[in-house]
Design a protein around this ligand. Structure first.
Ligand SMILES: N[C@@H](CCC(=O)N[C@@H](CS)C(=O)NCC(=O)O)C(=O)O
Length: 212
């Protein structure tokens, strides 16, 4: 199992997942320049991270990688069983996190960090809405998450799953960017996720900076 990774990026999510599962893996740390090499483009069509290679399978997209791992190692308990109703809620939060929760956080980030590498989106798309507009948008789409965790620790049936890793991965960015200032419930949920040993291991460079 090989994970192509850059610290603080979306590649933290599959690394967090692997750490939670205690599966041995090889971490391949890339630079932005290495991602643009033709060889790497054979693994990811847009030269981005993360990419996971598991035997004959090469997958990109952070949420897809985590969902794949959870299903391959169902006994590790990071996804509800296929046939139970909780599986529906699991899919709901997994897809909500990447399609609805993440876009305003990404837009906010491009506003406050305009030099982030991004080779896919046209410039006008990365900066089409201001940071305050992105914050308002985020405040609306994060409401359902607040409702979901206000009386329980985790999103699906109060069991930690990959849905928490993917939604949590987005919320960790929001927290670091200062977007959760007025959201005590989501701040508490995110901080609880960040205190997990597997997350701290996966996001080691961030903690090395903050703790030292
Ligand atoms: N939807 C993809 C997004 C991948 C992505 O945009 N990765 C960023 C890092 S967070 C990247 O590699 N950016 C470098 C670039 O676009 O040049 C996922 O979740 O894996």
């Amino acid at each position: 199992m090989k994970l192509y990774y850059i610290p603080t990026t979306r590649a933290v999510r599959p690394r967090w997942c692997l750490e939670e599962m205690a599966i041995p893996y090889e971490l391949v740390q890339l630079t932005v320049a290495m991602m643009k090499e033709p060889e790497y483009r054979k693994l990811h069509p847009h030269g981005k991270v993360p990419v996971l290679i598991d035997g004959d399978v090469t997958i990109f997209e952070s949420a897809a990688i985590c969902a794949y791992l959870a299903d391959q190692y169902l006994e590790k308990g990071l996804a509800p069983a296929l046939s139970i109703p909780a599986r529906g809620y699991y899919y709901q939060w997994l897809f909500y996190a990447v399609t609805t929760l993440e876009p305003p956080v990404e837009k906010f980030m491009f506003n406050v960090m305009p030099h982030l590498p991004e080779n896919l989106l046209p410039k006008k798309v990365t900066q089409e809405c201001s940071a305050p507009e992105a914050q308002q948008w985020f405040d609306r789409v994060s409401q359902p998450l607040t409702e979901a965790v206000k009386n329980q620790d985790y999103l699906v049936e109060n069991q930690f799953t990959v849905a928490d890793i993917i939604a949590g991965g987005v919320l960790v960015w929001a927290l670091k960017l200062g977007m959760l200032k007025n959201q005590p419930i989501l701040t508490a949920y995110t901080e609880k996720l960040m205190a997990r040993p597997a997350f701290r291991q996966a996001d080691e460079n961030f903690h090395a900076q903050v703790d030292s």
